[in-house]
Design a protein around this ligand. Sequence first.
Ligand SMILES: Cc1cc2nc3c(=O)[nH]c(=O)nc-3n(C[C@H](O)[C@H](O)[C@H](O)COP(=O)(O)OP(=O)(O)OC[C@H]3O[C@@H](n4cnc5c(N)ncnc54)[C@H](O)[C@@H]3O)c2cc1C
Ligand SMILES: *[C@@H]1O[C@H](CO)[C@@H](O)[C@H](O)[C@H]1NC(C)=O
Ligand SMILES: *[C@@H]1O[C@H](CO)[C@@H](O)[C@H](O)[C@H]1NC(C)=O
Length: 337
Amino acid sequence: MVKIAVVGAGILGLSSAVQIQAAVPNARVTVIADKFAKNTTSDGAAGVFRPTLDLIKADPELVRQWSQDGWDFYSSVAKSSDSAEAGIHLISGFQVFNQPRERPIYHDIVYHFRDMTPQELQHIPGNFRYGWFCTTLCIESRWFLPWLMRKFRLNGGQVEHRTLHSLAELADTYDLVVNCSGLRAKTLVNDHKMYPARGQMLRVEAPWQTHFIYDLDSGPYIIPCAGNVVVGGQRQVGNFNPEKDPKDTQNLWEWGTQLSPSLKSAKLLWEWVGLRPHRDPPRVEMELLKLGSRLLKVIHNYGQGANGITLGWGCSKHATRLVLEALSLEKTKSSKL
Ligand SMILES: Cc1cc2nc3c(=O)[nH]c(=O)nc-3n(C[C@H](O)[C@H](O)[C@H](O)COP(=O)(O)OP(=O)(O)OC[C@H]3O[C@@H](n4cnc5c(N)ncnc54)[C@H](O)[C@@H]3O)c2cc1C
Ligand SMILES: *[C@@H]1O[C@H](CO)[C@@H](O)[C@H](O)[C@H]1NC(C)=O
Ligand SMILES: *[C@@H]1O[C@H](CO)[C@@H](O)[C@H](O)[C@H]1NC(C)=O
């Protein structure tokens, strides 16, 4: 039996854990984390499938692969009777801007991606010159993480609530470690490439708001989720503040009601702050770590920044391929001996 630890219970950790269970039937997989469900960064994200290359800064071919793999999986869930329980459903809306932009990498992955007509542009306040319309998927972590966790446990997965201070703590117990520690990879073994992009968001009650609207130039967005509407869009690079800031709250109200004046009658339900775990590019790779006399195989899978939900499944599929590679390394080595 192979013993595999997955560090992290956010979307990257849980997506990796269930895919590894399927790919390595003789593995005993343990998820180790100190934050679960509501306490993760993943929980608060709006989760619109919209892979944005300008925010990821990775090889476009790779992003394309991660995106397509993610879309294939998420859309298969959206079509199934699991859709509601997993929190994955279709969503349509507008993205508006004033400077010409290239069509995004996902234009032929999502449904009916097209330029907005002049009439549609006039529908959005602010006299925007350009816009796109599309139908894509919304992956709501609040439902998706618990759904993944149930799948993981049903397949015999183990869960350990624990804070790790060093990799060495795992070297004696596990054959392989998958590192999905998000932003805290920064302090764990000093990955200086990690940085936060802080975002605050409002959840409001506005059942009449059925389309998303993104202002791509200055950032604000409005996204209808199951049961509430997100008003968000701040990207404060380098800001580690986990607390709500009243100035941000006020800005969000101003932005939101400008993009959709009907939100003036919306009721505020709750507010949330998250730090997007950025790395340029995200790290999905294998490392053989020498810890004293032991060699520990580590698969890193973190730093997806503003796209962790969108790319979570695809990156974890990639990480799972690396797990298989790492395990077969061992086999070829021992069969040669
Ligand atoms: C305002 C906002 C809006 C967003 N909107 C979107 C969106 O629309 N679409 C999209 O794709 N993405 C969006 N994101 C980004 C997305 O939320 C993140 O990219 C994603 O959640 C990262 O997931 P993760 O699993 O890497 O990290 P996390 O969810 O932060 O999970 C990290 C896990 O690692 C564990 N961990 C870390 N270090 C240790 C340690 N030392 N010991 C034990 N456990 C440890 C934690 O306990 C936790 O379980 C948004 C983010 C924000 C802030
Ligand atoms: C989140 O953290 C709080 C405070 O540490 C804790 O009481 C709560 O049980 C945690 N929730 C989950 C889902 O882990
Ligand atoms: C995860 O990766 C980061 C960056 O290399 C490192 O600092 C940290 O120790 C790793 N943690 C685990 C548990 O693998």
